[in-house]
Ligand binder design. Structure first.
Ligand SMILES: CC(C)(COP(=O)(O)OP(=O)(O)OC[C@H]1O[C@@H](n2cnc3c(N)ncnc32)[C@H](O)[C@@H]1OP(=O)(O)O)[C@@H](O)C(=O)NCCC(=O)NCCS
Length: 122
C-alpha cells in the first residue's frame, strides 16, 4: 500500500488538510478513514484502514455510511478513491459497496461511488 510513498509529506498533507472518521471498539481505535472535502466535484478518500483483528465486522461500512451522510449534507454527489491494482481484496470491498472503476493509472485504479439523490450522473 505504501510503495514509493513519502510518509513525511503524506502525513503533513493529512495533518494540514484531511478530515478523519475514527471508529473505536471498546475504546480501541479499530478503523480510520481520512478524506478531503476541498474539491468541488467529489469527496476524496485518501486513506482507509481497519485493524486486522476488526476486519469484516462492518467497520469500513459504518465509516463509509457516515462519510456518505456527511458528503450528502454538504451537497457532494460522488466519493472517489484510489486503490493499488494489486490490492484485489480492497477492490472487492469497494465493488461490493457500489464503487466502480472510472480511471486506470499505471499502478492504481480510481473508483467512484455515486451518492447523489437524483439518479446517476452521465
Ligand atoms: C479494505 C478494508 C478497509 C475493509 O474494511 P472492513 O472493515 O474489513 O470492511 P467491512 O467489514 O465493512 O466490509 C465491507 C463489505 O465488504 C465485504 N468484504 C470485506 N472484506 C472483503 C474481502 N477481503 N473480500 C471480499 N469482500 C470483502 C464484507 O463482507 C462487507 O460486505 P457487506 O456490506 O455485504 O456486509 C480492510 O480490509 C483493510 O483495512 N485492508 C487493509 C488496508 C487497505 O487495503 N486499505 C485500502 C487501501 S485503498
Amino acid at each position: 500500500m505504501f510503495n514509493n510513498l513519502d510518509i513525511s509529506a503524506f502525513s503533513k498533507k493529512l495533518a494540514d488538510y484531511a478530515n478523519f472518521i475514527v471508529c473505536r471498539c471498546s475504546g480501541q481505535v479499530a478503523g480510520i478513514l481520512a478524506f478531503y472535502m476541498n474539491n468541488g466535484h467529489f469527496v476524496y478518500v485518501t486513506f482507509v484502514c481497519t485493524l486486522k483483528e476488526f476486519q469484516r465486522l462492518s467497520i469500513f461500512s459504518n465509516m463509509l455510511h457516515k462519510l456518505e451522510n456527511l458528503a450528502q449534507e454538504k451537497g457532494y454527489e460522488k466519493i472517489r478513491l484510489e486503490v493499488a491494482k494489486e490490492n484485489h481484496s480492497a477492490q472487492q470491498v469497494y465493488l461490493h459497496k457500489d464503487f466502480s472503476v472510472v480511471e486506470q493509472g499505471d499502478n492504481s485504479l480510481f473508483m467512484e461511488k455515486w451518492i447523489g439523490k437524483h439518479g446517476e450522473s452521465a
